[in-house]
Design a protein around this ligand. Structure first.
Ligand code: SF4
Ligand SMILES: [Zn+2]
Length: 156
């Protein structure tokens, strides 16, 4: 075992071994890269059942990504949250992805319903939007980078 040295005293006489308790809560800080003035702080308490449910959902979404399709929750009818689409633009008009956003979610969902089948990622309206923001956007490169990250990480 590597001998422990106190950086201040150069020895180990002042050191005391402590067994840390498992982490039970923590904070997540978010700083926007576009505008670092925009920050958020989230407090979390460890909830094993909640974590397991979340991981299970992530595995579902990951499978969709691997198969190259949008993770639609349904291919028929209403808004994925069960709301009705109305002629006065509800519910989108209340939503940050609606009038002030791009409506890509609505377009994709309605296309999914029209086809009655899942929409390939490559055909999502979001791809076109991404190309408007970054002309060199390449879904293939993005997917390759994500797979490389997954394959290289122990957190599979
Ligand atoms: S803009 Fe998108 S996320 Fe917002 S309500 Fe409409 S479909 Fe739903
Ligand atoms: Zn010391």
């Amino acid at each position: 075992m590597v001998p422990l040295l106190c950086p201040e005293h150069g020895g180990d006489k002042c050191l005391e071994e402590v067994t840390l308790s498992p982490v039970e809560h923590g904070y997540l800080y978010y700083v926007s890269r576009n505008d670092p003035d925009i920050t958020r702080e989230y407090y979390y308490e460890h909830d094993p059942a909640f974590m397991e449910a979340g991981r299970k959902q992530l595995r579902v979404w990951r499978k969709f990504f691997e198969e190259g399709v949008l993770p639609a929750t349904q291919t028929t009818g209403k808004h994925p949250f069960g709301w009705n689409w109305t002629t006065d633009d509800s519910p989108c008009k209340w939503c940050p992805f609606g009038p002030t956003g791009s409506y890509v979610c609505k377009e994709d969902h309605q296309e999914t319903v029209k086809r009655g089948d899942l929409l390939p990622l490559a055909e999502s309206a979001a791809i076109e939007l991404a190309r408007e923001a970054r002309p060199d956007y390449d879904l293939g490169l993005v997917r390759a980078a994500v797979f490389a990250r997954w394959n290289g990480s122990a957190a599979n």
